[in-house]
Ligand binder design. Structure first.
Ligand SMILES: CC(C)(COP(=O)(O)OP(=O)(O)OC[C@H]1O[C@@H](n2cnc3c(N)ncnc32)[C@H](O)[C@@H]1OP(=O)(O)O)[C@@H](O)C(=O)NCCC(=O)NCCS
Length: 163
């Protein structure tokens, strides 16, 4: 598995740039999928961990860590009934910068607009932040460009990676 933090491109998005319309947006429902922020509908940490497991992501993360992250920073979920089928979150100072993390869709539901919907909903949550950044693998550059992220020539550097 290639983790998204490996060989990343750096992508930036500025609010208001021309984005194509999402097939799912905000609290709109399509095929019983609802996209809501953690504030609107709390996201249980154990369901986030279960979703991570579908992609073999972050086996070292604990429910306590994920609960703390959800409490302190923006997160968005796509729900099919009680099932968490999509997720995205951000790390932000709340004023100047935000970093999108953990954009993930349950494997059997990919390709139906859920990923784009959670990303666009998260960007709405970050509407006051002038620069939103994410790291992704090169094969996802075009995917994020569709949501107005622009690849930069900057290099992403990590210290003490545990992925
Ligand atoms: C990447 C991911 C979140 C996309 O979610 P998704 O729900 O499958 O994507 P969507 O259905 O919203 O895709 C919307 C559009 O992007 C396109 N797209 C999806 N994945 C793409 C990719 N890897 N590269 C280019 N385009 C892609 C779709 O074809 C679709 O295009 P269309 O509207 O012209 O048909 C999902 O595939 C996933 O969870 N992948 C594993 C985790 C991951 O890599 N996350 C990203 C971390 S940076």
């Amino acid at each position: 598995m290639t983790h998204p933090l490996l060989a990343p491109a750096v992508m930036l998005a500025a609010p208001g740039l021309g984005r194509r319309p999402a097939r799912l947006c905000g609290v709109e429902e399509t095929d019983a999928i609802v996209v809501l922020s953690h504030t609107e509908r709390p996201i249980p940490a154990d369901q986030v961990l279960a979703l991570y497991r579908t992609a073999q992501w972050w086996p070292e993360r604990t429910p306590e860590q994920v609960s703390a992250v959800l409490r302190d920073s923006p997160a968005v979920a796509a729900w099919h009934g009680r099932e968490l089928v999509g997720f995205a979150r951000a790390v932000t100072d709340g004023v100047l910068r935000a970093y999108v993390e953990d954009v993930l869709v349950e494997p059997s539901r990919r390709g139906s607009g859920i990923g784009q919907a959670v990303l666009e909903r998260l960007i709405q949550e970050l509407a006051e932040i002038p620069v939103v950044t994410l790291f992704c693998s090169p094969d996802l550059v075009r995917y994020y460009e569709a949501s107005s992220f622009v690849a930069t020539s900057q290099v992403v550097m990590h210290r003490s990676g545990r992925w």
